[in-house]
Design a protein around this ligand. Structure first.
Ligand code: TRP
Length: 337
């Protein structure tokens, strides 16, 4: 038999996270953990989205620190730089370069329809800058630069990915096939972690009520306390049901942390009160986070090492990005340095 020399290239994934302070349990279970799982199956390219972060006012020193910290959280969570590429968006100039070209191929009307722009401009009425408006074109650049096949994203970014696809298709039609059209990737075990005080809302650290979210830096005592004060219902049965939103959220968190199936969890807490269950959830979360917290602490102590890792990875990213940029500039008729 003929020797098989063609090795199939893995499908490529791109995603990014904004460095906006300490990640929450929602960020971890909903996104970060999934990034880690995907590196086994795909060729993954990840970045911090620090260019996106400056669409709202930032303190420079804090932004720098938050970028290092996020980098350390992702490594501590299990991103393996032998298996994936992970860098800071600002280190690869092509993101900004491609964003400009895509800006010129994105319509004012399309950007005006973005719900995130409408929400954020209402929230930051004193700083409705052009970057906030063209944010989705930069996001499209991130994805298209690496010819990503899949983009793991949450609900709030779906509209931006749709726009990315539209812009890419339009560009391909005008200039000839240039970009891979990316698909959203919805993980099999997508944990959508809700607010502990209002289970109708997504968990978010911008909520003024500190007890409504878990930060990855919370101590076991803080975690257990927050879960013990989580809003549930007047019933007393640990049962997975849509009308029991608070309990449903806690069951999902417990399942995500322990790997137990939902019926098994219901059976485990049959005849027990909410108090026992909430404590168990808090303990499971604390146990899951403990090794990650320890590792992150160790990593963040050595910023030089973190920066070297990011730079080495940015170099790898540049090699991929360069191929796309050369194609794009050529097609558009731009002279290249
Ligand atoms: N806008 C995304 C968010 O705030 C972050 C992001 C930037 C991103 N570029 C991306 C996500 C590209 C996926 C793909 O969550």
């Amino acid at each position: 038999m003929e020797q098989q020399t063609i090795t199939q290239r893995k499908q490529r994934v791109f995603s990014a996270i904004q460095p906006s302070g300490v990640p929450t349990l929602g960020n971890y279970l909903g996104a970060i953990r999934n990034f880690v799982a995907m590196q086994e199956e795909f060729e993954c390219v990840y970045s911090t989205a620090n260019l996106h972060a400056i669409t709202v006012r930032q303190e420079p020193a804090k932004l720098r620190a938050a970028s290092h910290e996020l980098y350390a959280w992702l490594l501590a969570s299990g991103l393996d730089l032998e298996k994936c590429i992970f860098f800071h968006q600002s280190m690869v100039y092509a993101h900004a370069e491609l964003a400009w070209v895509l800006n010129c191929n994105t319509q004012f009307g399309e950007l005006s329809r973005m719900t995130q722009f409408k929400d954020k401009s209402a929230k930051h009425a004193d700083n409705i800058n052009a970057g906030l408006f063209t944010y989705p074109a930069l996001m499209a650049a991130d994805i298209l630069l690496y010819q990503a096949n899949f983009v793991p994203i949450g609900d709030d970014q779906k509209q931006h990915l749709e726009l990315t696809r539209d812009v890419a298709e339009r560009f391909n039609n005008i200039y000839g096939k240039t970009f891979t059209i990316p698909e959203p990737y919805i993980p099999k075990t997508a944990a959508r972690v809700m607010n502990l005080q209002d289970p109708a809302q997504k968990m978010s650290k911008s909520d003024p009520n500190q007890r409504s979210f878990i930060l990855l830096t919370d101590t076991p005592e803080q975690i257990i306390k927050k879960f013990r004060s989580a809003v549930t219902d007047s019933d007393s049965e640990v049962r997975y049901a849509p009308e029991k939103a608070g309990i449903k959220n806690l069951i999902e968190i417990y399942a995500a942390c322990t790997g137990k199936a939902i019926p098994a969890i219901e059976a485990e807490f049959e005849g027990k009160g909410y108090g026992d269950f909430k404590t168990a959830v808090g303990e499971a979360v604390a146990a899951l986070l403990k090794p990650i917290q320890e590792k992150q602490k160790e990593l963040i102590a050595d910023k030089k090492y973190l920066e070297e890792c990011a730079k080495a990875n940015a170099e790898k990213a540049v090699r991929i990005a360069k191929r796309t940029m050369e194609k794009v500039y050529k097609k558009v008729g731009l002279l290249r340095f």
